[in-house]
Design a protein around this ligand. Structure first.
Ligand SMILES: *Cc1c(COP(=O)(O)O)cnc(C)c1O
Length: 386
């Protein structure tokens, strides 16, 4: 289906609501039936019938259809946060006494779930450098049920060979989950490469306006139904209809936003690659990136996120960069309209947060929708102090 069809029309049955162009927010907890027979019929499938909004809500259902189509999936579920989707997908595929193989630097709270939380229930995880297929193959045990991937990750952008991972896992009867937040479905479609479940922080590009926290899970009808009946209904971390309506609005411009951020980020990353105050640029689609070839094979673009290492000889010089920078906001997250910097130095010496993968001169930049030349002016204000 054409991207334009998905973003503009799919799932929107306008005849059902006065031919309104924008879908209504069906702000209701429950739905009524005209007969016992109808009531009974609805309970044959809570995923498709309107009974109670923890299960199915018409506004949320429009969003689900669009997200599934974007990933080329049969169905999708949306959650109250990316971690809601990630934890549901992981919990659906582990069991006591079982084992997970996960890439080394996934999103920090996904790592916390696997490393710190699931051992309480008898599930252990081996973290491996997923840039080498051999590491993944060697970590798989007889009791491995799940391979958890994030390609690229959202700080240093290590990739996995998605097709090779999917094939290896399929061969061994292991389910694969891939966090596709970095690329969005506009630039990478892991299900078409053999992955079983794609998860997203919809907070980032999919909503795209820094005003909703949400999560997405895309998979086959069978997998979605199984997760709906277990993790989705029991844990109850659902997306409210009002947030779903905001996300539908955000999706209207997904393609435009992705291309704008992608082009601006490439322009700025290339410029910074030759800058005397920048030691190194990490961007998957720059030829200097160690996995550039793999990136061009499985990604059609990179969006707005990349990192730089400042050529700063002291923490004070790095601090001066942040405190003199203009036009960027100092904040976590990314994928909205606004350009951001995430300073690794913010985690410096904080117990439990400091991470060897995040030296204090590492700066993650997110390039939003502003004019890239104006953003460069703001960056130069900071770099002049390094
Ligand atoms: C933000 C993020 C998450 C978590 O999503 P929330 O919506 O914040 O729960 C997961 N994965 C990646 C790559 C992220 O950037």
């Amino acid at each position: 289906m054409h991207l334009s069809e998905i973003l503009t029309h799919l799932g929107e049955e306008r005849g059902q609501y006065y031919n309104a162009v924008s879908p209504p927010v069906i702000q209701t907890s429950n739905f009524t039936f005209s007969s016992l027979g109808e009531f009974r019929q609805a309970f044959t499938n809570e995923l498709t019938h309107h009974i109670y909004s923890r299960g199915n809500n018409p506004t949320v259902a429009i969003l689900r259809q669009k997200l599934a189509a974007l990933e080329g999936a049969e169905d999708a579920l949306v959650f109250a946060s990316g971690m809601g989707a990630i934890s549901a997908a992981i919990l659906a595929n582990v069991e006591a006494g079982g084992h997970v193989v996960c890439v080394e630097s996934p999103y920090s709270w996904a790592r916390a779930l696997l490393r710190d939380y699931l051992p309480r229930f008898g599930v252990t995880t081996t973290f491996v450098d997923g840039r080498e297929m051999a590491n993944i193959g060697n970590a798989i045990r007889d009791n491995t049920t799940l391979l958890y991937l994030e390609s690229p990750n959202s700080l240093t952008f290590e990739l996995q060979d998605i097709r090779a991972c999917a094939e290896l896992a399929r061969h061994r009867g292991i389910t694969t989950i891939l966090d596709n937040s970095y690329s969005s479905p506009v630039f990478q479609r892991p299900l078409s490469m053999g992955i079983d479940i794609v998860v997203h922080s919809g907070t980032k590009y999919l909503n795209g306006h820094s005003d909703v926290v949400m999560g997405v899970l895309c998979a086959s009808k069978a997998i979605v139904l199984r997760i709906f009946e277990r993790e989705y209904m029991t844990l109850g971390g659902i997306l409210p209809p009002h947030d779903a309506a905001l996300a539908i609005r955000g999706l209207r411009t997904l393609e435009l936003r992705m291309h704008r951020s992608n082009e601006s980020a490439l322009k700025i990353a290339r410029y910074l690659g030759g800058h005397p105050k920048v030691a190194k640029v990490l961007h998957p689609l720059l030829p200097s990136f160690p996995q550039y070839e793999l990136a061009t094979k499985q990604m059609e673009g990179a969006g707005g996120l990349f990192s730089i290492y400042l050529k700063a000889d002291s923490l004070e010089k790095a601090e001066a960069f942040y405190n003199n920078l203009e036009h960027f906001l100092l904040a976590v997250s990314w994928g909205g309209h606004e350009s951001l910097v995430l300073p690794s130095a913010a985690f410096y010496n904080i117990p439990g947060k400091a991470d060897p993968a995040m030296p204090w001169n590492l700066v993650r930049l997110y390039i939003g929708l502003e004019d890239p030349d104006w953003l460069l002016e703001g960056l130069e204000k900071g770099l002049a102090h390094v």
